[in-house]
Design a protein around this ligand. Structure first.
Ligand SMILES: [Zn+2]
Length: 238
């Protein structure tokens, strides 16, 4: 009886899929059985950085002299009018929250390759927090979705209360670099400093351009007595 129910379920799922096929978030082609969110061709063709294999990669260098991080990596190169831009657009503006989890899983696999020993693994994954109003309008924090995907693969918990965002970033244009950094840092806070003391935290973001947000978040985390900070993002603008 149970066997029959399974077959029926599968049949209905196939039928539903015929009417409303799942499409690849990168190229729009119909997905086959076993493919999740992104088709095999796109998955193979994406411009991977392989930064996780090189500790002194261009992203790590971006943070040199700015923030003391143990490791920094971004999985993909972000280029305008590319499949990566399409994926990020779907994730941020098309309510494709599950795509964030899927991309996080792929990122998690790379991270596992990069952290070669078990004792090098982070204790906690913290996504860059989104302003509450933005989170409400989008319905989710895309960085949190990415963190959930990483968590599923690496078996490390996600923390969403340890780092919070207080208000929208004020207009930054007229301020100098130091003032801008101080201003940005004031946006983030760690409510319970003792909870993070001695921990290795993996800070997660979607796309890194200047690195200013991560620098501010990272510094606020480090100020609460972390043992180590690592950074991972989906994509990096060269
Ligand atoms: Zn595709």
């Amino acid at each position: 009886m149970k066997f029959k129910a399974t077959i029926l379920k599968r049949y209905l799922a196939d039928f539903f899929n015929l009417l409303f096929p799942d499409l690849c978030a990168a190229c729009g082609q119909q997905l086959f059985h076993g493919e999740k969110q992104i088709c095999t061709t796109c998955l193979y063709d994406l411009p991977y950085t392989d930064f996780h294999l090189y500790p002194d990669n261009p992203l790590a260098r971006l943070f040199w002299g700015r923030i003391n991080c143990h490791s920094a990596m971004a999985m993909l190169y972000f280029r305008k009018t590319s499949k990566v831009q399409q994926l990020i657009h779907q994730l941020k503006y098309r309510s494709q929250s599950e795509l964030g989890v899927r991309l996080g899983e792929i990122l998690g696999e790379k991270l596992l390759e990069g952290f070669t020993t078990a004792d090098a693994l982070p204790d906690l994954i913290i996504p860059v927090p989104l302003h509450p109003a933005k989170r409400r309008s989008r319905g989710y924090n895309q960085s949190q979705k990415i963190a959930e995907g990483i968590s599923a693969v690496m078996h490390i918990p996600v923390g969403t209360t340890q780092l919070i965002r207080k208000r929208s970033t004020a207009t930054q244009t007229k301020k100098n670099r130091y003032k801008r950094f101080e201003n940005m840092k004031a946006v983030f806070s760690v409510p319970d400093q003792a909870a993070l003391a001695g921990k290795h935290v993996l800070l997660v973001d979607d796309v890194i351009t200047t690195g200013a947000t991560l620098e501010a978040c990272g510094q606020v985390l480090l100020d609460s007595g972390l043992q180590q900070l690592s950074i991972a993002a989906l994509a990096f603008t060269e």
